[in-house]
Design a protein around this ligand. Structure first.
Ligand code: NAG
Ligand code: NAG
Ligand code: NAG
Ligand code: NAG
Length: 392
C-alpha cells in the first residue's frame, strides 16, 4: 500500500497543481458534485423499532472535501415519509478503518471526530434525527470536511463508512409522542438489549426502544401493513485541493460529567451520557428545565458552523465562551402541518450559526459553557442536548 502510494505521488502532485490553477477561474461551488444514495431496506410494522448499523455503505470515493450531508426517510417508491408515520429517532454516519483482508470485521477501528466525549460516545462525522429536513448543513467556501486522504489512512487499511439508523413506526399506536420518547411502559420493556434489567427510575430512552421492541398499539389498528423504508442520503463534495481549508468536527453533550474512561465498560456510559430526562416541574409562571455544563475545548480555532440537537419539548440551546460571549445559539423549528418536513408538534429543524469567518474564535484550552433548555410542563424522557460545531 505504502509502495503504491509512492508511485501515485507524482501523478497526484500534477493533478493538484492543475486543480489549484483552476481555482482562479472557477469558484469551488461550481465544482460541487452531488450523489444520492439509499441505505439498505428495512421493514417496519406498526409500533416496531428498528435500530441497525450498516457497514461499508455507499459513499463518494477518493480524497475529497465533504460540503454537505442531507438525509431523510423514504418509502420503497422514494416518497418522503412523515414523522408521525415513522419517527426518525436518529441516523449517524461513522468513518472507520478496516484491514484490507479482513473477512469478519474484527479489525474495525472507528476514525473518531475531534470531539471531547469518551471513546464510543458521539464519535460520528454526520448525524441528526427528526430535525433532518429543515436543518442547514451546507459548509461555505473555502471550508470542507476532509476525508479519503491517503496519508491519513493507516497502511494496509481501507477507509469505509458505516450508517446507524434508528426508526420507530408510530402508525396505529396509542401514544405517538410517548413512543418517540421511548417510554419503557409503552414498549413493555424491563430488560435492555443486552438482557440486563432496566433500573427502576429509568422511565424512557434508548434502553427501552432497541431493535425489535414494539410500542403499544391501538387494538383497532393492528391491520396496518408492513412497509419497506430506506434512509435516502445526499452527499455533496469537491475533489480535494490545496485551496480548501479543512474543518474539525466537535460534538458537545450537556450531560457530560467530565469523567473519562474507555466507554466499553459494563457500568454503562462514563462522561457523556447522551440522553437525559426532563421531569415535569413548574415554578410559576414558567415550566422550564435548564441544564448547563462546562467543557474544555483542547484546541481552539475559528467557528465556521454550529447547530444544536434537541428533541421535542426543546426550547433552545446556547454555547458560550469563557468570557460569556455567545458562540452559537440554536433553536428548534416546530412543524405546523401534515407534510413531511412540517409535521405538527415535531421538531422538524434546528436554526444554525454561520459566523462571519474569523469573527468567532475559540482559544486553545478555553472553557466553554453549554446550556440546553426544555419546556417541563410535562415529562420528556430520553431527550438530548448536543451541540455540533465545525472549527477551522
Ligand atoms: C476473525 O478472523 C480472524 C482471522 O482473520 C480471527 O483471528 C478472529 O478470531 C476472527 N474473529 C471472529 C469474531 O470470528
Ligand atoms: C408485556 O411483557 C410481558 C412479559 O414480557 C408479557 O407477558 C405481556 O403480555 C406483555 N404485554 C403486552 C401488552 O404486550
Ligand atoms: C431491522 O432491519 C435490519 C435491516 O433490514 C434487519 O436485519 C433486522 O432484522 C431488522 N430488525 C427487526 C427487529 O426487524
Ligand atoms: C483505552 O483503551 C486503549 C486500548 O485498549 C488504551 O490505549 C487507551 O489509553 C485507553 N484510554 C483510556 C482513557 O483509558
Amino acid at each position: 500500500m505504502a509502495f503504491k502510494r509512492w508511485l501515485l505521488l507524482p501523478l497526484l502532485l500534477l493533478l493538484s497543481v492543475q486543480a489549484s490553477a483552476a481555482i482562479y477561474t472557477k469558484p469551488q461551488e461550481a465544482k460541487v458534485q452531488s450523489s444520492v444514495f439509499l441505505s439498505p431496506k428495512f421493514i417496519l410494522t406498526p409500533g416496531l423499532a428498528n435500530n441497525t448499523v450498516y457497514l461499508d455503505i455507499d459513499f463518494p470515493k477518493g480524497h475529497i472535501a465533504v460540503k454537505d450531508f442531507i438525509a431523510e426517510l423514504v418509502d420503497e417508491d422514494g416518497n418522503s415519509v412523515p414523522l408521525y408515520e415513522t419517527y426518525l429517532h436518529h441516523w449517524i454516519v461513522f468513518r472507520y478503518f478496516v484491514r484490507e483482508d479482513d473477512k469478519n470485521g474484527s479489525s474495525i477501528v472507528v476514525a473518531r471526530n475531534d470531539g471531547v466525549c469518551q471513546d464510543g460516545a458521539l464519535d460520528f462525522y454526520f448525524g441528526l434525527g427528526a430535525e433532518s429536513r429543515k436543518t442547514r448543513t451546507w459548509l461555505p467556501d473555502p471550508y470542507g470536511i476532509q476525508v479519503g486522504d491517503p496519508d491519513k489512512i493507516p497502511s494496509g487499511r481501507d477507509e469505509k463508512w458505516a450508517l446507524n439508523v434508528h426508526a420507530i413506526d408510530t402508525r396505529g399506536v396509542e401514544d405517538r409522542f410517548g413512543c418517540t420518547e421511548c417510554r419503557c411502559d409503552l414498549f413493555n420493556v424491563t430488560k435492555d438489549s443486552n438482557g440486563r434489567p432496566i433500573r427502576d427510575n429509568y422511565l424512557g430512552g434508548l434502553s427501552c426502544c432497541y431493535d425489535g421492541t414494539r410500542c403499544k398499539r391501538n387494538e383497532g389498528l393492528k391491520w396496518l401493513g408492513a412497509r419497506g423504508l430506506h434512509l435516502k442520503y445526499t452527499v455533496k463534495w469537491v475533489e480535494w485541493d490545496q485551496s480548501i481549508v479543512p474543518v474539525k468536527i466537535y460534538i458537545f453533550d450537556v450531560t457530560d460529567t467530565g469523567e473519562r474512561r474507555n466507554s466499553t465498560s459494563s457500568q454503562g456510559l462514563i462522561g457523556c451520557q447522551v440522553e437525559y430526562d426532563v421531569l415535569q416541574s413548574c415554578s410559576e409562571p414558567k415550566c422550564i428545565d435548564n441544564k448547563k455544563v462546562s467543557i474544555v475545548m483542547p484546541n481552539g480555532g475559528n467557528v465556521i458552523y454550529g447547530a444544536a440537537h434537541l428533541h421535542r419539548g426543546g426550547a433552545g440551546s446556547t454555547l458560550y465562551g469563557q468570557d460569556g460571549r455567545v458562540i452559537c445559539d440554536s433553536v428548534p423549528i416546530y412543524g405546523r402541518g401534515k407534510e413531511a418536513g412540517d409535521e405538527a408538534g415535531y421538531v422538524v429543524g434546528m436554526s444554525t450559526c454561520y459566523p462571519e469567518p474569523g469573527s468567532m474564535k475559540i482559544k486553545d484550552g478555553e472553557t466553554l459553557v453549554l446550556e440546553s433548555t426544555y419546556n417541563s410542563a410535562t415529562l420528556h424522557t430520553g431527550v438530548m442536548g448536543l451541540f455540533y460545531i465545525l472549527v477551522a
